[in-house]
Design a protein around this ligand. Sequence first.
Ligand code: HEC
Length: 173
Amino acid sequence: MCMRNLLIGSLLIFPAFIQAQDSPTLGKPVSEKVVKKWNGDIFPNGEGLPIGKGTAMYGKKVYQQYCLSCHGNDGTGASADELAGAQHGLKDNPPDKTIGTYWPYATTLFDFTRRAMPLDKPNTLTTNQLYAVTAYLLHLNGIIKENEIMNEKTLPLVKMPNRDGFIKVHTGL
Ligand code: HEC
């Protein structure tokens, strides 16, 4: 093979080699621990709830530290949604869709808070902090008492005011 062909050949191979070295970082395998941390669905009947407990009294402290900056004093809303203190019912125009007026299950509050809040650091609160802040929000909405203990057994028993406000629509599919 003449020198010229050799050179062209190596030029064709070389960029491919460089590219392989510089390939974008395509990620790394997800560990079991990380999958377990994020794969934690909680069902309306409480299935999936972790063991732990908390009351609104402690939850108020958790709220003030991790939630107040966006959701305002006593959940009345700031840059983010109001979480309590609805001024209007669902039949008013416009309606106030808060935890107290709208959400059908208390367990969803635990699940949503764990997976999505605080917005800038989701899934960082401990289980007890989550039960406590859930209790606090339920208390702010007038649904449970300040000293009622929320845990994996009591939380699913909380009857939300709008539990029966959702209807099943049969689409025939
Ligand atoms: C950095 C700002 C920020 C912080 C801190 C924060 N949130 Fe939120 N939160 C939001 C925003 C923005 C939304 C609306 C998100 C959406 O609609 O997808 C929201 C939505 C929610 C909702 C759903 C409200 C509804 O009725 O749809 C709940 C419940 C909630 N946050 C709870 C909490 C709790 C509890 C904490 C503290 C542990 C917290 N948030 C901290 C910004 C924040």
